[in-house]
Design a protein around this ligand. Structure first.
Ligand code: HEM
Length: 519
């Protein structure tokens, strides 16, 4: 055998050896993962409530790092289930994980990914988000919507009063959805009424079409499309998009007409976007046609409505299960704002303003406790890594193009982060006088409480949502006492979520309002 052949064989052996070692080494640097099946990977381990299934998988296979690597259909997925693992990711690797996975379905529904929420990381997303943060959802803008919130809270109380006077039970979901839908529609488009009703129908249909894992998660794009066409889903989505577009085009046309007639511009989202476009103040965002404006408006409307209503429904469920907390909260509200009797005149003369809400520390603690146990988006929105990342100080190597799911539902129950995590105890958020502990916040800086996410992709609507939420809750408890329908005990309440994009109680909450006796 010639020296040349020997040298080539030696080099090949050496390369093979390095390949095997490198492969073993990089696999050993991946987070724990249970055994999987061909094609579906670990999808068969995920039930109707993915956050609960993933929590169980974390408890069984997760180890001490708080990370699991799963193959969910065609997507390699990193699942984060502890506060410590979330802290490492958001503090040290936020940029790497700041994109969104491509989803043909979302792409179709978002005017070609021109939303904020589902848009991959890049210039378009950065500019669109800046427009939302600076021009639409800033604290100044949220403050300016105070009269809208006040009027809609008064309408909410009036509706509840009618039920209380008739001795009827109310379905909280209906009541609360009506409130948030009107607040959001008025903020986005300036009117509620029939606009809000049309919006309600569109949102309801959209939610049922996109809930849960999709064919797109399992199959390549072309095959997923064939599946959608064969099952009629493609047509349903096209019809839905058309209905949305018609709706948005009509309200855009109304806004333009109003401006043309010199009727002045209101401060709603569409007005602001149209005005910014005219003045060239869109942060370099090219919204040359109406689609861009419609895309942003649609995104904000869809992101704002369900999330806030669902949180309110969970808040009422927890309060009725915890009469001590309910009584303490009602005391605080009465001390700061007085007791109401649902009377319209009373509502207007002594409305609860932002100044009063700022003095309700216990209310804020209750809201945080509700978010801890019932985050509306229990897995946040999926992210995708743009580059390989050595997380937890290099302990694990996460390849590029890995989807990230942060299980904030599990993090809210992480025993390393919370005492008695299953207990509903808002006091955990109150700073003890003279104590050193810093109160935990929910705006993305304390990684054990992340209902709005954190880092670059954090929800830009936090202030908007909290203002609407706190006012509704304070109003409902100021004017009414609440009881379960006769024969039901607090322990009978079903506290499990319904599947879907947002996760309300699977059994809609029904309560009986009673007018509070005026002191
Ligand atoms: C209780 C109410 C709300 C909850 C729980 C909530 C929660 C969330 C969550 C978990 C995310 C994903 C964060 C991430 O990927 O890390 C998100 C994103 C977003 N939210 Fe909210 N949200 C609420 C209300 C609102 C409101 C009122 C608006 C606007 C009016 C809004 C607009 C958005 C937008 C545009 C995004 C996408 C951000 C991005 O991808 O950069 N949300 N929200």
């Amino acid at each position: 055998m010639s020296a040349f052949v020997l040298a080539v064989a030696g080099a090949a052996l050496l390369l093979g050896f390095f390949y095997i070692v490198k492969n073993r080494w990089s696999r050993s640097k991946l987070p724990p993962s249970p055994s999987s099946l061909p094609l579906v990977g670990h999808l068969h381990l995920i039930g109707r409530l993915p956050h609960r299934s993933l929590h169980q998988l974390h408890l069984r296979y997760g180890g001490d790092g708080g990370l699991l690597l799963l193959q969910l259909g065609r997507r390699r997925t990193l699942v984060v289930s502890t506060a410590a693992a979330a802290a490492d990711l958001f503090r040290n690797h936020d940029l790497a994980f700041s994109s969104r996975p491509h989803n043909a379905l979302a792409h179709k529904q978002t005017y070609g990914s021109r939303y904020i929420s589902f848009t991959p990381y890049g210039d378009h997303w950065r500019r669109a988000k800046k427009v939302a943060v600076v021009h639409l959802l800033s604290q100044r803008r949220v403050d300016a919507f105070a009269p809208v919130r006040q009027a809609e809270a008064a309408a909410l109380v009036a509706r509840t009063r009618r039920a209380a006077e008739a001795g009827e039970a109310v379905q909280l979901k209906e009541l609360l959805y009506g409130y948030t839908n009107s607040v959001v529609t008025r903020a986005a488009a300036g009117t509620a009424g029939t606009t809000a009703e049309r919006l309600r129908q569109l949102l309801a249909h959209t939610a049922t079409l996109v809930a849960g894992f999709q064919a797109d998660d399992l199959l390549p794009d072309a095959a997923a499309r064939v599946f959608r066409c064969a099952t009629g889903l493609e047509k349903k989505i096209d019809d839905m998009n058309e209905a949305w577009d018609k709706f948005l085009s009509e309200i855009m046309a109304e806004h333009k007409e109003k401006t043309r007639q010199g009727l002045g511009q209101g401060g709603d989202f569409l007005d602001v976007l149209l005005q910014l476009r005219e003045e060239g103040g869109l942060e370099g965002l090219e919204l040359t046609d109406d689609d861009g404006i419609k895309a942003i408006a649609k995104d904000l409307i869809a992101a704002a409505t369900d999330t806030t209503a669902v949180t309110l429904e969970w808040a009422m469920a927890e309060l009725i299960r915890n009469p001590r907390v309910m009584a303490k909260l009602q005391d605080e509200i009465a001390r700061v704002a007085g007791i109401g009797n649902g009377n319209a005149e009373h509502l207007i003369t002594v409305a609860i303003g932002d100044a009063e809400l700022n003095r309700m520390g216990y209310l804020r603690a209750v809201v945080k406790e509700v978010f801890r146990l019932h985050p509306t988006a229990p897995l946040l929105l999926p992210r995708e890594s743009m580059a390989a990342a050595g997380v937890q100080g290099g302990r694990y190597e996460i390849p590029a193009k890995t989807v990230l799911l942060v299980n904030v539902w599990a993090i809210g129950r992480d025993p390393a982060a919370w005492d008695a995590p299953e207990e509903f105890r808002p006091e955990r958020f109150l700073q003890v006088a003279g104590g050193e502990a810093k109160a935990v916040d929910l705006r993305g800086t304390d990684y054990q409480l992340l209902p709005f996410g954190a880092g670059r992709r954090i929800c830009p609507g936090i202030s908007f949502a909290l203002a609407a939420l706190e006012l509704a809750l304070a109003s409902l408890l100021r004017h009414f006492d609440w009881e379960l329908p006769s024969g039901m005990r607090p322990a009978d309440l079903d506290m499990v979520e319904a599947p879907g994009l947002s996760t309300p109680p699977r059994v809609p909450l029904v309560l009986v309002p009673k007018l509070r006796p005026l002191a």
